[in-house]
Structure formats: structure tokens, C-alpha cells
Design a protein around this ligand. Structure first.
Ligand SMILES: [Zn+2]
Length: 84
């Protein structure tokens, strides 16, 4: 009877050992401030940085709305467009 319990314990340990830990997420997120579903990411055309649409600065254009990570990038984009 004891052998059966031991065997079950060994099987249990083996199963636990074989299973890779999927509890830990690959990306550590300090501030879980996102509400609702996965937020849309937009790319800054000036610096190429990806920013969440809620944090991005939007600039409505003739064809499409552009998004920037900061006012600095937005101004840079506007200056480049007006100059060239
Ligand atoms: Zn930028």
C-alpha cells in the first residue's frame, strides 16, 4: 500500500517537473493601468517608437491621423513637412 502512494507521489513530482512554468509573464508590467481589452499601438513616424493610442499625441491629417510619442516629435514632423 505504501509503495502505491510512493509511486503516485513520484508520478506527481515528475508531472510537475515536466510542465514548464507558465505562470510568470515574459514582460514585467509595473503599472497595470490598462482598462478593457488590449490597447491599440501606434507608431511615431519621427522616432519610430510604438506608443499606446491613449498616450499618443494625435495629429489629424488630410488622409490619415498620425500619432506621436511626444509634442517634440509632433513639432519635428510639422516642421519637416512645412519646410519640405
Ligand atoms: Zn517620438
Amino acid at each position: 500500500m505504501f509503495q502505491l502512494i510512493l509511486l503516485a507521489a513520484i508520478i506527481y513530482i515528475l508531472l510537475q517537473w515536466l510542465r514548464p512554468g507558465k505562470a510568470s509573464s515574459p514582460k514585467p508590467r509595473s503599472h497595470a493601468d490598462t482598462r478593457g481589452p488590449i490597447e491599440e499601438m501606434v507608431q511615431d513616424p519621427v522616432c519610430g517608437m510604438w506608443v499606446p493610442i491613449s498616450q499618443a499625441l494625435s495629429l489629424p491629417g488630410e488622409k490619415e491621423t498620425r500619432y506621436f510619442c511626444s509634442a517634440e516629435c509632433r513639432d519635428k514632423f510639422l516642421n519637416e513637412r512645412t519646410n519640405g
